[in-house]
Write a protein that binds this ligand. Structure first.
Ligand code: FES
Ligand code: MG
Length: 601
């Protein structure tokens, strides 16, 4: 099942299952005037008529997400050359084009704001240009869902290809992983243990080569999800960016997309409810990012599959964590890849009848079960046995109550210290309650966290105004660190918020609270000192106020007021976006489905 085994000649010369879409532009006998007009300007880049117009020569888009502004994905500028080679070898013609950049670490106020913008622009490109299929060059966190969402909406044959993780970072012999090092070093800086210069030095050690984050953050998670959904070639997601295999994988992806067009296998054939359930199972097994439910729920909405956070708990919660990679484990993505990558995770699940739908189709042309069965772990330190897991129940808990209708908690990162502090009452082992300290967005938190006199052991930190509308795009800020004095004593504080949390964070926060404060959610009406109760057994999150007190509160203060938009897109975004639990999609976009099939050209 190696990506490099794809055969360039497997379907060459075979009539496509349906007429090629691009012929409407380049070879429409009923409209020669327009065909000539379309064709001449594509010829001026040195292409020849046979490359654009023979009967069975698919035109394949390459959606390029790499650039100087998006360094995580920049290696795709090189890899695209091998994708092109594959497309040409299989008898297609590649046309590469740029996507709106989304760099997780560089975009203010948050890269997440741009996911829907990149989605929208790619929908227009895929719908409006002469493309029969597309290779989606994915990588950094939001690039993967943005591109899959667009492929889902337009529904032309598509394969995702990840840029791949960076090599391992080291400090001496110690592994230094993306993201985690930032959280650790920030806590050390806050506690006065290291200088600013040492902080920057540590953080830079985690980024030693081209590629995306080398932990199981949102980038690794979302590319694993693309592969688990069946939208990427088996074994492709985990190959480090600069490994030889990554170039071979790019070539194989180019070959395969041409065949997929000839076979007319579309995203809607692959991304079924069954495929999403497989992805949820894999997410639990790898200890995936809490951004995954947001993005997968969004992709599902655009392809017309019903999926919500109850599905995440139902399918994923009971499954074990079997990948020993940071932040939930010990190693980094090079070890993950050498242990077998996602196929070894899937194979382990299959051995224990724990992959919900082995027969789900993938872009390889075979089912996920056929792709992966028997590809067991090559390194049991890294991908551990199913029956000797790192944690028995590793999926997300879906909480509901008077505090919000939907919020999730990643149980695989609940630390021993947190369990001892909050989940060890013998009469009530899975519940805790305490007074809240409320912050109106990340800036307020940073200004006040060290100066708030009432924060002590047992305080629950609340972050509001950090949802899709409040902080356009939803800020990754729910994992708040306690004041320096408490950190020094080893005290953790529970966090609850209407924003997101970085996929590389190891904090057991309750996040993605929907509805958010800015759209009338209860978090907007909380006051310092209100008591909140969380019961993980009952899956509840409640504010300990009576119904009449809640009513009164809602009349009294009005909803949380969010800051002004800074750009036109922020305003448009705020007026159109759905809650985090609903995938944070553009509400009016969801009704546009299967554009390539339903709307003609
Ligand atoms: Fe781009 Fe992590 S910042 S992948
Ligand atoms: Mg992130």
């Amino acid at each position: 099942t190696s990506p490099a085994e794809a055969d360039p000649n497997a379907t060459e010369g075979i009539e496509p299952a349906v007429p090629l879409r691009s012929k409407k532009w380049f070879n429409d006998p009923t409209d020669l005037g327009m065909s000539a007009l379309y064709t001449e300007r594509y010829l001026n880049q040195g292409l020849t008529v046979p490359e654009l117009s023979p009967k069975n020569r698919p035109i394949i888009g390459i959606a390029q997400t790499g650039s100087d502004l998006s360094p995580c994905n920049k290696y795709h500028v090189e890899l695209a050359k091998r994708v092109r080679d594959g497309i040409i070898a299989a008898g297609g013609t590649p046309l590469e084009f740029p996507c709106h950049p989304i760099q997780e670490t560089g975009k203010r106020p948050t890269a997440s704001l741009d996911r829907n913008l990149s989605y929208l622009s790619l929908v227009e490109v895929l719908f409006g240009y002469p493309l029969d299929g597309v290779v989606l060059l994915t990588g950094c966190d939001k690039t993967t869902p943005a591109l899959l969402m667009a492929a889902a909406t337009v529904n032309i044959p598509a394969i995702a290809m990840n840029v791949g993780p960076m090599l391992n970072g080291y400090s001496g012999q110690k592994l230094i992983g993306s993201g985690g090092v930032v959280w650790e070093s920030r806590a050390q800086l806050a506690a006065g243990e290291i200088t600013e210069a040492e902080f920057l030095h540590h953080v830079a050690l985690s980024a030693p080569s081209a590629g995306h984050c080398n932990t199981i953050g949102t980038a690794s998670t979302m590319n694993a999800m693309a592969e688990a959904l069946g939208m990427a070639l088996p074994g492709s997601a985990s190959i480090p960016a600069v490994y030889r295999e990554r170039g071979a994988c790019a070539y194989a992806t180019g070959l395969r997309i041409v065949q997929l067009v000839r076979e007319d296998v579309k995203p809607s054939d692959i991304m079924t409810k069954e495929a999403f359930e497989n992805a949820i199972a894999c997410c639990a097994a790898i200890g995936g990012s809490t951004n995954a439910p947001i993005h997968l729920n969004a992709i599902a909405k655009h392809v017309g599959v019903q999926l919500d956070c109850d599905d995440w708990e139902r399918v994923g919660y009971k499954l074990p964590l079997i990948l020993n990679v940071q932040p939930a484990g010990q190693w980094l993505c090079e070890e993950y890849h050498r242990a077998g990558g996602l196929p070894a995770i899937v194979a382990e699940l299959l051995e224990h009848d724990a992959l919900p739908h082995p027969s789900a189709l993938t872009v390889s042309g075979k089912s996920i079960g056929a792709n992966c069965r028997g590809d067991l772990s090559q390194d049991r330190r890294v991908i551990v046995p199913f029956d000797k897991p790192l944690m028995a129940e590793a999926g997300f808990l879906h909480l509901k109550g008077s505090l919000f209708n939907s919020g999730i908690m990643k149980t695989s990162v609940i630390s021993k210290a947190f369990r001892e502090q909050y989940l060890s009452n013998p009469n009530d082992p899975m519940a805790f309650e305490g007074p809240v300290a409320v912050f109106d967005g990340p800036e307020d938190y940073h200004h006040r966290i060290e100066k708030s006199p009432n924060i002590g052991p047992g305080t629950i930190l609340i972050m509001r105004g950090a949802g899709p509308v409040g902080y356009p795009g939803a800020a990754e800020v729910v994992n708040m660190i306690p004041p320096g004095e408490l950190i020094k004593k080893g005290i953790e504080l529970p966090c609850i918020g209407d924003g997101r949390q970085s996929g590389t964070s190891g904090s057991p926060s309750i996040l993605n609270a929907s509805p958010e404060a800015a759209t009338g959610g209860m978090l907007g009406y909380l006051k310092d000192g209100d008591r909140v109760r969380i019961d993980l057994l009952k899956r509840t999150a409640d504010v300990l106020l009576s119904e009449s007190e809640i009513e009164e509160r809602k009349n009294e203060v009005g909803s949380y007021q969010f800051p002004k938009s800074q750009t036109p897109w922020q305003e448009i975004y705020r007026g159109s976006v759905s809650e985090l639990s609903e995938g944070m999609v553009i509400k009016s976009a969801v009704k546009y489905q299967r554009l390539a099939q339903t709307q003609g050209i």
